[in-house]
Design a binder for this molecule. Sequence first.
Ligand code: E4P
Length: 216
Amino acid sequence: MRLFLDTADIDDIRRGMKLGVITGVTTNPSLLSKAKHVDYKSAIIEICSIVGGPVSAEALSQEAGAMVEEARDLSSWSPHVVVKIPCTAQGMEAISILSKEGIATNLTLCFSLNQAILGAQAGATYISPFVGRLDDIGHDGMELVSDIVDMLDYYDLSTRVIAASIRHPMHCVAAVKAGAHIATVPYGVLMQMVEHPLTTQGIARFLEDWQRLAKD
Ligand code: E4P
């Protein structure tokens, strides 16, 4: 399973990239607003130059024709841009046009297998089931990830699944078990994935023992 960072925070992206385990980034309007980016275009271009891999940037239009125009513009900013399109009828129409033009898309705000089937048929490059938001309302978000992966495998479709709306490290473990191709994680969750109290304790004990030997 590949890992993307789910953030628009430039410092977090730089820090995360240094680990050598991040291959892409997903952003959305809320994340751009949280990171206080006033210039959408320059923020996305900067993120693309740091990441050098797929960077999802959301189209804000609601009507298919306008989404297509916006997506063409977004994708002209960098070859790394993947255009996020929401799971609506207008969105499906836009994705089916964009896929024929070779513009990479990420079907976002996906909450059902039906939406995923339609997105894959329309030619979405990625589909993002929002696991945490489904869990929040008492559904099993990871079961949806698993169902989408099975459906894509069964029909031999090339769309890749991004487990999104990841809230904690156990979501990442479950995403691996569900067969997600990618998980997009906040920087804090990435750090939680690295850390383990027994690793910290183990390092401290090794150092103590080594220093004791030096004193003997
Ligand atoms: C994914 O592409 C979205 O940016 C993100 O995962 C949404 O997560 P949230 O539900 O924590 O806002």
